[in-house]
Design a protein around this ligand. Structure first.
Ligand code: ZN
Length: 296
């Protein structure tokens, strides 16, 4: 597909469920068809398209080597590269360091070995039942909080809508009193902007009331991940694997050839788990104390 075609698709307003056709004096309005994206998303895309590109094209992401770009060489701290290399009968998958002057440069690490060790590391990150209970309670609190927040958000949006409507009416009055064509044109332009703003606000009000998934489904997904991050790692989707890397680790992992991974820095839920496991010997068990949630 040509870049031009992609550009054209990204600019199509019709996907938002709205229509506009100036040659026939059809101003922006809701169509009769089902929207694919929100008007807000469409506007974000247009804004992004008008800006200069700032994200580099990621070359390090590849389905064959999910750890590429994420694991660094234990000796020189530069990211490992990965590739297929041709053997006598078939191709083999390898990771290796490409940095000039590094002792590990060009020395291959079999993909199965490094990815197997990575999976073993993930499997160690299993939380206790107490933590699952605590996480469930925290989640329920957070959910209620969000629910309340959504309600107040709808109220704020409704106030905002009234404000924009008032502003539009004021401008319409001003148009009636103006006689300079240039002034009228400027007012018309402003009114058009306000009309668009109104549609976006209305769309936000409509979607703010409805959570995309129900509480139980969301909780179950979150807990499933917390209790078994390696299950998501087993997904065939590269995005899922990248999500695991992002959610579990706070920095890139260092891999020492012939030894394995250095101690990894994990994100909060997992560091807490680590902390609980490690300090078990020194602490009084939660049974004898208040509910374990207090400690969290
Ligand atoms: Zn190196």
């Amino acid at each position: 597909m040509h870049e031009q075609r992609v550009d054209e698709l990204l600019k199509r307003l019709i996907y938002t469920g709205y229509i506009e056709y100036t040659p026939w004096n059809i101003s922006l309005r809701k169509g009769q068809h089902e929207p694919l994206i929100t008007l807000e998303t469409h506007q974000k895309i247009q804004k992004r398209l008008s800006e200069k590109a700032h994200a580099p094209i990621r070359k390090d992401v590849s389905a064959d080597f999910p750890l590429r770009g994420f694991v660094v060489c234990g000796e020189c701290d530069n990211p490992l590269t990965a590739a297929w290399s041709k053997g006598r009968n078939k191709y083999h998958a390898y990771y290796n360091c490409h940095t000039k002057g590094c002792d590990s440069r060009g020395k291959s690490i079999r993909r199965d070995l490094i990815e197997g060790q990575f999976e073993a590391l993930l499997r160690k990150l299993k939380p206790s039942h107490a933590l699952i209970g605590a996480a469930t309670q925290m989640f329920e609190k957070l959910w209620q909080h969000r629910h309340g927040y959504q309600q107040s958000r709808v109220e704020t949006l409704q106030t905002e809508l009234v404000r924009v409507e008032r502003q539009t009416n004021k401008l319409l009055d001003q148009i009636l009193e103006a006689d300079m064509p240039s002034v009228i044109k400027a007012y018309e332009k402003k009114i058009k902007q306000l009309e668009e703003e109104k549609l976006v606000i209305a769309e936000k009000i409509e979607s703010a009331g409805l959570p995309s998934k129900d509480q139980n489904t969301t909780l179950r997904t979150a807990l499933q991940f917390l209790s078994n991050p390696h299950v998501l790692w087993g997904s065939k989707q590269l995005e899922d694997k990248r999500a695991v890397l992002k959610l579990v680790f706070t920095e890139r992992l260092a891999y020492v050839r012939n030894e394995g991974f250095r101690t990894a820095k994990t994100t909060l839920p997992f560091s807490m788990l680590g902390g609980i496991f490690d300090s078990k010997k020194d602490l009084v068990g939660p049974e004898g104390l208040e509910p374990s949630t207090c400690r969290l």
